[in-house]
Write a protein that binds this ligand. Structure first.
Ligand code: FCB
Length: 457
């Protein structure tokens, strides 16, 4: 087993080790204190969308158990917590009245973090769009971007004084393509035109959100969390390499280029630009304004080959087979070198600010046996990937922190509760939490780390 002490010694003194969650996946209390439904409540209550028709009504009951959960984080010894704020608790209809009780919850949560000496990294949007906004078209409507801007202002005015960092969006790739083109996530749309609208309005909302943060709480480092894909061609052929470049533009470029270069990628635009909504004067300036940090969520590489079908829609690719035989229980290939080449490639293409790994982790579904969860595979996954982050730092990349996904097992979106990503096991019948072997190991790494077994700090 990789010695957590040794691994910890490879990180600089100001590095941050944390754990991550998201509101809809853990909070439950879906009708409490004025919260109204989000698109994920509607989606998960619709048969055939989420495994076992699981929903977020109770989840990990974190809304009621938050103090114990913060104690758990504290006891693990990590120094930061990445969580998301539920828009439908704050402005339950998306626009209109503000729900003070919703803000009160996050007020308590953040004070609880401060009292325990844990840094607060908030995400404004981790996919729980207020359902009422679907009446206007949800993310396919420009008005939703302005509704988001107001929500961002309201949150930052109340909570900004105690946040250590804020992100506008978590993984727009998921809330755009996975939700509006592939139909896997809420609202379950399968339509390129809808997806292209969601794309531009999400990017716009990010920019307007940054504006809001700067106006109301300019001292809080503001960023964006992207699940950039390491796109690897299935073969060395010219066709597959061209396919990989198209896939890069489609899966990464449409988010990175507007934010970090103030434009959309050229091949993407010539293939699909006429189906995009009107890009109004000033939009790209708003989207492209400087941010303080960016977050990378990484789990697995994307391998693609050319789709030779005549007339295949951009990016005209098909999946290529995995190289590593090792897969997690959700079926994702384990391949840590892709994390390294991904970061290297992105810093080559773009002028990026400092980076936090805002999510990384593995799905393994082992249960508690005789009081323990022996999830050696998860531990190995973490050790390998955290080692890659250390390599990147040694090579001079500005990696500032690492957040494990996830603190505890939770509602894994379309997979419901059957897929477990936690460092802590949750028994959904009793809500008993059991720290897994990986959680103990990660805690040792985090605890060792600030104790001075490193040069700086
Ligand atoms: C990411 C999501 C996160 C979690 C992990 C497994 O795409 O941001 O909420 O579901 O995947």
């Amino acid at each position: 087993m990789i010695d957590p002490k040794l691994l910890a010694s490879r990180f600089p003194g100001d590095f941050t080790f944390g754990v991550a969650t998201a509101s809809f996946q853990i909070e439950g209390a879906s009708r409490t204190d004025g919260r109204k439904p989000s698109i994920w409540d509607a989606f998960s209550n619709m048969p055939g969308r989420v495994h076992g028709r699981h929903n977020g009504d109770v989840a990990c009951d974190h809304y009621n158990r938050w103090e114990d959960d913060l104690d758990l984080i504290k006891d693990m010894g990590v120094s930061a917590y990445r969580f998301s704020i539920a828009w439908p608790r704050i402005i339950p209809d998306g626009t209109g009245p503000i729900n003070e009780k919703g803000l009160d919850f996050y007020d308590r949560l953040i004070d609880g973090l401060k009292a325990r000496g844990i840094k607060a990294f908030a995400t404004l949007y981790h996919w729980d769009l207020p359902l009422t906004l679907m009446g206007d078209g949800g993310w396919t409507a420009r008005s939703t971007a302005y509704a988001f801007q107001r929500y961002a202002k309201v949150v930052m005015a109340r909570l900004g004084d105690r946040l250590d960092a804020v992100a506008t969006f978590n993984e727009p790739w998921c809330s755009v393509w996975l939700s509006h083109l592939y139909g896997v996530h809420a609202p379950g749309e399968r339509n390129m035109d809808a997806a292209l609208h969601a794309l531009h309005y999400t990017n716009l909302a990010h920019g307007l959100g940054i504006d809001a943060i700067r106006q109301v709480a300019p001292q809080v480092p503001a960023g964006l969390v992207l699940n950039a894909h390491e796109v690897i061609p299935g073969s060395d052929s010219q066709a597959d390499r061209a396919a990989a470049e198209r896939a890069f533009q489609f899966h990464n470029g449409v988010f990175f280029d507007p934010v970090f270069k103030g434009e959309y990628p050229a091949d993407f635009l010539s293939a699909l630009g006429t189906r995009m909504p009107k890009i109004e004067a000033g939009d790209l300036e708003v989207i492209g304004q400087k941010i303080d940090w960016w977050g990378l969520n990484y789990y697995t590489p994307m391998r693609v080959a050319d789709d030779p079908t005549p007339g295949a829609e951009f990016p005209a690719t098909v999946a290529a087979p995995p190289v590593s035989k090792v897969k997690t229980d959700i079926g994702w290939e384990v391949y840590a070198p892709a994390l390294k080449s991904l970061v290297e490639g992105l810093y080559k293409r773009y002028e990026l600010p400092v980076c936090y790994i805002t999510e990384n982790g593995a799905c393994y579904n082992m249960e508690v046996e005789h009081g323990v969860v022996d999830d050696q595979q998860r531990l190995d996954y973490y050790a390998e990937h955290i080692g890659v982050v250390a390599d990147l730092i040694e090579d001079g990349y500005p990696m500032r922190g690492y957040f494990a996904w996830s603190l505890m097992d939770n509602f894994e979106w379309a997979e419901g509760y059957r897929m477990r990503f936690g460092l802590v096991h949750v028994d959904y019948g009793t809500q008993v939490r059991t720290v897994k072997k990986s959680g103990q190991w990660y805690g040792e790494l985090a605890v060792q780390f600030p104790k001075g077994n490193h040069k700086a700090g």
